[in-house]
Design a protein around this ligand. Structure first.
Ligand SMILES: [Zn+2]
Length: 257
């Protein structure tokens, strides 16, 4: 069986460049059906690279994929990564196009990965903003159960069972502002047994990665974060909407801080 990819971003989200080795580089046409299903509308020039390790975040957990590039050591980038996806068996595929001559990297070749830093920073701030909105909701409405989180640009929201109204928006905004101003640390830990994170969907084998805002909450999470809450920049609660008994708290963070 093909080896899983070591997800370096889980342990150090600050890395923007990493030297590693090619495991495979294939045109999309020669991937398995499961692998092909990870990318929509791939044209003939798209190929997929797996490497021993990666610092590029694969789309998942409500957070969008990183983009970036791959190059030979001390050379200009020769491959532009447009989408990163993870397979069921833990391999991380980097989809994109070769720049210039259409040569595939060879197995075992040393390459340098680069993450598009500004985009990653924005995604990390948006994602951390979701945790902050979630903590504000937990403190204000502990009885409301979180059902969904989305940290995509322009769509970012947290969804809860139960009804919230626009009149509650200033209350949520004030609590969010307070948590941002307190500049609380975003703590990452690993727990051996996720089963005591009751009702938060962590009931799976192996160590579970847990994110916590200042030790005040616990959320199983594989995403990238900023180190402290003030680094998200001001969070705006955009609107509160309701559908079929589910309330959605939409939010945004500035594109740049
Ligand atoms: Zn997270």
């Amino acid at each position: 069986m093909a080896p899983s990819t070591e997800a370096v971003y889980l342990h150090d989200a600050s890395l923007r460049t990493l030297t590693t080795e090619i495991v495979s580089h294939k045109p999309v046409s020669s991937l398995s059906e499961d692998e092909k299903s990870l990318i929509k509308n791939a044209d003939l020039e798209i190929s997929a690279i797996t490497m021993r390790q990666t610092i590029l975040y694969p789309q998942g957990g409500g957070q969008p994929s990183d983009t970036g590039s791959i190059s030979l050591i001390d050379k200009e980038p020769t491959f532009t990564v447009s989408l990163v996806r993870k397979t069921e068996d833990g391999r991380i595929l980097h989809f994109g196009k070769s720049v210039g001559p259409d040569a595939l990297f060879a197995e075992g070749q040393s390459v340098v990965q680069q993450v598009d830093g500004a985009k990653r920073d924005y995604h990390s701030r948006l994602h951390t903003g979701g945790h902050i909105v979630g903590l504000a909701m937990q403190l204000l409405f502990p009885e409301m159960k979180k059902v969904k989180a989305n940290h995509f640009p322009k769509e970012a929201c947290m969804e809860y069972e139960g009804l919230l109204y626009n009149e509650q928006k200033p209350l949520i905004q004030a609590k969010v502002n307070e948590l941002v101003q307190q500049d609380l640390p975003v703590l990452i830990s690993w727990v051996e047994d996720g089963s005591d994170l009751n009702g938060r969907g962590a009931l799976r084998e192996g160590p579970v990665r847990v994110a916590s805002i200042g030790g005040l909450d616990q959320n199983p999470c594989g995403g990238t974060h900023v180190p402290t809450t003030s680094l998200t920049g001001p969070i705006t609660i955009r609107k509160i909407s309701r559908q079929k008994g589910i309330s959605r708290v939409s939010y945004e963070v500035p594109l740049e801080v």
